[in-house]
Design a protein around this ligand. Sequence first.
Ligand code: DC
Length: 218
Amino acid sequence: MIITVDGPAAAGKGTLSQKLADKYGLAYFDTGMVYRAVGLRMLLNNCDLNNVEVAEKEAENLTFVSMIELSKNKDFRSARGGEAASIVSSYSGVRARLLDMQKNFAKNPTFADGTPAKGVIYDGRDTGTVICPNAKIKFFITASPEVRAKRRYDEFIAKGMDAQYDVVLSDVKKRDERDANRKDAPMKPADDAIILDTSDMGIDDVFNEAVKVIEGKI
Ligand code: DC
């Protein structure tokens, strides 16, 4: 079984995806990681994030294993890391080079410890449209920019990171704008996606709603 969870930054895709993966015993692929890994590699090497050729080279060389290694770095999930990911993910050449790694995961899905899984939850804004257009179940999770900024801000604070709500909100809006104007990964739901606006919903409500949809389809 393949389920995709698309939507804008900080809409709650990750939390929902992980809970669904646990419930249905599926592997979880957070596709934002591929862009975070390329962006972080460039930050660590002091590369100019506007250098498309270097970004493409980093994408070309990225392996699943090196991505997991990079994900242990403290900047992987930081605001700086997110900004770098957002910039490199806007390059078509970078996206093209990271496509196979993402698609191939569904052919042989595994859990973090390497054991095989019977399916995948893909989390990421183009997973239902580009990575897995044939997925059986597709969600598009969204929420207002203010609600998403508050969630991201709370996440940073809970992790003991420095954050200011106004800065996080302006980052979310900036990212939305950059992500919306992307030709090869438009920020829009797949035609057959179920749209969930989570602005006024807690995570349990979102989860229960998603489970209802899945149970209706399997
Ligand atoms: O979900 P995230 O915050 O980890 O994503 C980081 C950036 O990566 C985000 O700004 C957009 C990009 N991204 C993308 O373009 N396509 C995906 N499937 C996942 C993430």
